[in-house]
Design a binder for this molecule. Structure first.
Ligand code: ADP
Length: 399
């Protein structure tokens, strides 16, 4: 059988997540994380055959060094001969990309042009592409975009009620993110619920450090909670989600904030962290709330209330809800949050099955509502790396 191993890279400004995945069997042969790149004491942590290892790098070593070390590692593990492609996660594809793309000079230029919409993410993704193209020069490089799945949204869902010229001249609109995850878990749910070739109305809730929900109608994204940037929508670990845009002028005029300070406030100091004054980590928030920490409880309550409201609102673009899928670190692990959200959505017909909800982890994921009740709620582990590997192997095969 021919090999379909793909090196999957997710490059951040100071980190690089990597994996080698067989796109046919979904088997992961290597996975790891290079962290603190360009800073003090950078290192590469990786796992192969269940064993964990660490490679220490020198102070200031950045992406290029990390990728060259990765090449050595891949060769020493004799995994290089089986690779058919390198798949890159790219956060923002703007309106250029409605699906994954083989990276050519034109594609690279389009990703660069989109960098102004994602200044924190796309430049880092480009570093990964450049370093991997040099290190694995014989392999096709493929870009898989977080925004691509949402390009099926209609203008009613993606336009802000701003002067139209801001959209036409500057591309200011809602794009949505986490598309690879929303695609993967909605496709899994459609399969699991036997809705292939049938109309389906599914809401997917990707709840990790960043959180977003997506309305998926007949397999296509028709609305999502994130917008121009990954700040819009739900309460997240450190991000505020929706706020009154009038807050900007208030912070500037009354409290002398600069644009940079507002950006930091809304992206890094808000959400669960800002409300609880304790942590952005959902586990800590849940544990502290259970011990009587009032602000942790309040943060949790607001997180669940806003999430439930947003999910219910997607009954409009979908014309009802057949199923709700929970995924991401919080969605896959927090029975407390799932129970609270489904309780608040019981008016839509959700009937939580407590036992299933508590058991839904470590391979026991699946339906958490009563067997016969519609709508159904499910826990479905996401696998963005597998989607990247599959798209990359497919596009590499088409060359
Ligand atoms: P990222 O968005 O960075 O990929 P994850 O999807 O791994 O993040 O999600 C991280 C979040 O998942 C953190 O808030 C973490 O506290 C939360 N989480 C992980 N395990 C649990 C758990 N058992 N209960 C509640 N929250 C959890």
């Amino acid at each position: 059988m021919s090999s379909s191993h793909v090196l999957v890279l997710n490059c951040g400004s100071s980190s690089l997540k990597f994996a080698i995945i067989d796109s046919s069997s979904a088997k992961e042969h290597l996975s790891g994380l290079a962290e603190r790149l360009g800073e003090a004491s950078p290192q590469i942590k990786y796992k192969v055959n269940g064993q964990k290892h660490i490679i220490s790098l020198s102070n200031g070593d950045a992406h290029e060094v990390a990728i060259n070390k990765l090449v050595e590692l891949v060769k020493s593990l004799k995994l290089d001969q089986q690779l058919v492609a390198v798949g890159h996660r790219v956060v923002h594809g703007g309106e250029h990309f409605t699906k994954s793309a083989l990276i050519t000079d034109t594609v690279l230029e389009a990703i660069k042009q989109t960098a102004n919409l994602a200044p924190l993410h796309n430049p880092a993704n480009l570093l990964g592409i450049e370093a991997a193209s040099a290190a694995f020069s014989k392999l096709p490089q493929i870009a898989v975009f977080d925004t691509a799945f949402h390009q099926t949204m209609e203008p009613t869902a993606f336009l802000y009620a701003l002067p139209y010229a801001l959209y036409e001249k500057h591309g200011i609109r809602r794009y949505g993110f986490h598309g690879t995850s929303h695609y993967f878990v909605s496709a899994q749910a459609i399969e699991q619920l036997g809705l292939n070739d049938k109309p389906s109305k599914i809401v997917t809730a990707h709840l990790g450090n960043g959180c977003s929900v997506c309305a998926v109608k007949d397999g296509k994204s028709v609305d999502t909670s994130m917008g121009l940037t990954p700040l819009e929508g739900l309460v997240m670990g450190t991000r505020s989600g929706d706020i009154d845009p009038g807050l900007f002028a208030y912070l500037v005029n009354q409290l002398n904030y600069t644009a940079k300070q507002i950006d930091t406030l809304l992206n890094k100091e808000s959400g669960l962290l800002g409300l609880s004054e304790l942590s952005n980590d959902c586990r800590t928030i849940e544990e502290s709330a259970a011990e009587g920490h009032e602000k942790a409880q309040l943060a949790l309550d607001i997180f669940c209330f806003r999430l439930a409201k947003q999910i219910a609102s997607f009954a409009v673009p979908l014309g009802g809800i057949d199923a709700l899928v929970f995924t991401g670190g919080i969605g896959e692990n927090s029975d407390v949050i799932r129970a609270s959200v489904l309780e608040q959505l019981s008016f839509l017909g959700f009937k939580l099955n407590n036992e299933r909800n508590l058991a839904a982890r470590f391979g026991n994921e699946g339906v958490i509502t009563d067997g016969v009740s519609v709508p159904t709620a499910l826990v479905t582990p996401t696998n963005e790396e597998l989607v990247i590997a599959q798209d990359a192997a497919m596009l590499a095969g088409e060359q």
